[in-house]
Design a protein around this ligand. Structure first.
Ligand code: UDP
Ligand code: MG
Length: 317
């Protein structure tokens, strides 16, 4: 039986590329005898992207397009598109022709080794240095913090088993973390180096702002995947450390004050001692963190009762 693949392509002002991209996808699928569909998501383009997509949908039976009312971002576009996918394998590609569809068979081959997500790895990357360097740092950070070791987490070119998207719900800018989120559910992840082409038309939709945003998202995602069910383990741990540091300082000051009074009859006013201030800070911070931890636990408790904290891969008859 031939393989069935749904292609999901988010497009935001990519009028010059999508027709060529569609042609490349169709040709690689014909060559490899894949049954395929192409789902484009127009993420609020203001150029002629939508007209081009309508044209492609009319001309090709397996091609359709969704149009967002405004720009909602790549994660939202991927979510909408993957939700529509009807084939067991889902490939996502950027619309700007930087990803090369002729690499799809290699991703399929890797998936067949028993994986659920194959991430493209732009090993030789045709992007400016201002992008490749921060990306190196980002990938090292994500790999280290989450334990999901990939060279190129944010590569738009990926192949999935469709059920991954039953579990991983994208929103915000979480598209950078699909492998991490999928791995947290127990899906098996691998990567394959892919050919990467320079952007020929239009311009990149992301500037330097992706750096702080990506870093904040990384903190959230590693917290959510690591401590989703037990926030107090993080917040509370920091809280306890801070509280006990403060407590120890206060005890030390109390002993010191007593000893001075007993042996030297000296009533030194303690507010002049910096240790008192630090200790007070420690006590306050510690109890605040613990309280926040309890609030977070309260939210988790409410949700956990409504939603199963696990993911099932198969069932016997
Ligand atoms: N994109 C999108 N919505 C956005 C921003 C980007 O659908 O708000 C699409 C864009 O059209 C492209 C892909 O996401 O298909 C990756 O964007 P881009 O090529 O600008 O990112 P870069 O390659 O510079 O990281
Ligand atoms: Mg690009």
């Amino acid at each position: 039986m031939s393989r069935q693949i749904s292609f999901v392509i988010p497009a935001f002002n990519e009028e010059e590329s999508i027709e060529t991209l569609h042609g490349e996808i169709a040709s690689v699928c014909q060559k490899n005898d894949y049954e395929f569909e192409v789902i484009f998501v127009d993420d609020g383009s203001s150029d002629s992207t939508w007209d081009k997509l309508k044209g492609l949908s009319e001309a090709h039976a397996g091609t359709r397009a969704i149009r967002f009312r405004r720009n909602f971002g790549k994660a939202a576009a991927l979510r909408a598109g993957t939700q529509e996918a009807k084939f067991p394998l889902v490939a996502t590609l950027d619309a700007d022709l930087q990803d090369d569809p002729s690499e799809v068979p290699r991703l399929v081959e890797e998936l067949d080794k028993g994986f659920d997500v194959i991430s493209g790895w732009k090993k030789v990357r045709n992007d400016p240095l201002g992008k490749t360097l921060p990306s190196k740092v980002f990938n090292a950070l994500v790999s280290h913090l989450t334990g999901v070791r990939l060279q190129d987490h944010n590569c738009g070119f990926k192949l999935y088993r469709r059920e991954v998207f039953d579990e991983v719900k994208l929103y915000g800018e979480r598209h950078r973390f699909v492998p991490v989120l999928a791995a947290a559910k127990g899906f098996r992840i691998s990567q394959v180096p892919v050919n990467h082409r320079a952007r020929q038309f239009g311009k990149s939709k992301y500037g330097w702002r992706r750096l702080p945003k990506g870093f904040l998202d990384l903190l959230t995602v590693s917290f959510l995947t690591g401590f989703n069910q037990r926030p107090q383990h993080v917040l509370g741990f920091a809280g306890l450390v801070s509280f006990f540091a403060g407590f120890t300082g206060m005890v030390w000051m109390a002993i010191y004050w007593l000893l001075r009074m007993v042996f030297f009859a000296d009533w030194e006013p303690l507010h002049r001692r910096p240790v008192v201030l630090y200790s007070l800070g420690g006590l306050l911070l510690g109890s605040q963190l613990l309280c926040m931890g309890f609030l977070a636990e309260l939210i988790v408790a409410q949700n956990a009762e409504r939603k199963e904290p696990y993911s099932i891969s198969e069932r016997s008859k």
